[in-house]
Design a protein around this ligand. Structure first.
Ligand SMILES: Nc1ncnc2c1ncn2[C@@H]1O[C@H](COP(=O)(O)OP(=O)(O)O)[C@@H](O)[C@H]1O
Ligand SMILES: [Mg+2]
Length: 409
């Protein structure tokens, strides 16, 4: 289009290189050089697109006009009007009118910005680094029949200048993104490691508690009963009353022992299923606390909850148990509802109360942290927050479908 002396052209190319230096971001880089490029190739719209994510997508950075090309990244390379160029099938593309050029108007082509903005004459050159196409430079004009082969040659030189720079920007961008992902993963793993450590400590404390219960209660009872028996053995006549008392004490001791075992291992879970175990826990803990609390248990899991792995169902049960304990201990609620559901591609358990709700500056207890860790160890989502209308508290655990066994999709 413009005839230029080689020395003037060279000046502009040097100008472009100078303007690129120090630009650390795609948008600012393209905007910095747009005016200088327009001295060589006048245009109404200029964009650089960069191929990303293993070659499937590309992102456009534009200047001059804002179009949907720049507004909805990333887009599929296969729908780009210049896909032939991005796939290396064409060394360049020059059109006198993109709106009627068949190469740009294939089925599914993302060409409507050219229609919306009336971008008719267009030239496209690949950005190449060591033979690989990393994107394209595109210049467009409202006027049809505007560009010539000479513009293509000039655009090629500009594309060669830009490509190394944009390659470096892309590499820096990808390195930064993967560094962020890596850092996030590290933080998550560290949190899980700490959580698991806390849980192990909690289990250790639990073992000690069981040991203490067995020692202080069961062993003490058995010792007392043994003495009682010894005493009876020394007597010639043993009354029925004495024996009955002894029998009652024995039964009480067995009951206490059962209680200790039950707390250590929720056998009702295996024997009667999840829902029954939850109901049992609700009944017993409400009764023991003496609180006036209405309870409701809704089970809409169609039995799927009882097909889970034992470790998974014990973890879910422990979470539910702690949520219920928290309602009883802290919420001062009138009502507690436990819902077991199969939906959203998995199983969800909700524990709702209509009590005081979580205080913003509450004590950080081990219970909620343990619930979180238990959920994460079985890849379930956990959240605790206000219930509807900020009345009370809601705990939700959601176990995704992938971990729900024997389920037909
Ligand atoms: N359902 C609830 N209603 C009101 N407050 C709650 C509820 N659940 C937990 N909390 C608050 O969160 C705190 C932390 O709970 P948790 O981690 O289980 O520790 P702990 O029960 O040992 O105090 C509790 O001390 C309490 O203040
Ligand atoms: Mg608690």
């Amino acid at each position: 289009m413009l005839k230029m002396a080689p020395a003037v052209l060279l000046d502009h190319y040097i100008g472009i290189s100078r303007l690129l230096a120090g630009q650390l971001e795609f948008h600012s880089a393209i905007r910095a050089v747009a005016i200088e490029i327009s001295q060589i190739i006048p245009h109404d719209h200029l964009d650089v697109c960069i191929i990303m994510h293993g070659g499937k997508y590309h992102t456009a950075y534009e200047t001059g006009l804002e179009t949907a090309w720049g507004n909805y990244p990333p887009a599929l390379v296969s729908q780009s009007p210049i896909r032939a160029l991005l796939w290396g099938e064409e060394p360049f593309m020059l059109t006198e009118d993109a709106l009627v050029d068949e190469r740009f108007n294939f089925e599914g082509a993302f060409i409507q910005p050219a229609f919306e903005q009336g971008l008719r004459s267009r030239i496209h050159l690949p950005l190449k680094v060591e033979g690989d196409i990393i994107g394209a430079l595109s210049c467009s004009s409202h006027q049809p029949h505007f560009y010539t082969m000479e513009d293509v040659d000039n655009a090629r030189s500009i594309a060669d200048l830009l490509s190394a720079y944009f390659f470096a920007l892309r590499a820096a961008d990808q390195a930064q993104k993967s560094a962020i992902v890596e850092a996030e993963t590290r933080v998550r793993e560290e949190a899980l490691r700490l959580g698991a450590l806390n849980l192990t400590e909690a289990l250790e404390r639990e073992r000690q508690r069981i040991g203490m219960d067995l020692h202080d209660q069961t062993l003490a009872d058995l010792t007392r009963l043994a003495r009682w028996l010894e005493r009876l053995a020394g007597e010639r006549v043993v009354s029925g009353d004495e024996l009955e008392g002894l029998s009652r004490s024995l039964q009480q001791s067995m009951q206490d022992l059962r209680q200790i075992i039950e707390e250590a291992k929720p056998s009702v879970l295996q024997l009667f299923g999840f829902s029954q175990a939850v109901e049992n826990h609700l009944d017993r803990s409400i009764r023991d606390s003496g609180a006036k609390l209405q309870q409701q248990l809704i089970d809409e899991t169609n039995g799927i909850i009882d097909q889970l792995d034992e470790t998974v169902s014990i973890a879910l049960f422990r979470i539910t148990q702690e949520a219920i304990n928290n309602v009883i201990r802290h919420a001062r609620a009138n009502r507690i509802v436990v819902c077991l559901r199969e939906h959203g591609g998995g199983i969800s358990i909700e524990v709702l109360d209509d009590g005081f709700g979580l205080k913003t500056r509450r004590r950080v207890g081990g219970g909620i942290n343990n619930m979180k860790t238990r959920a994460r160890l079985i890849s379930a989502k956990f959240s605790v927050g206000p219930n509807q209308d900020n009345k009370g508290t809601r705990v939700i655990v959601h176990l995704p479908l992938a971990t729900v066994p024997n389920r037909e999709l």
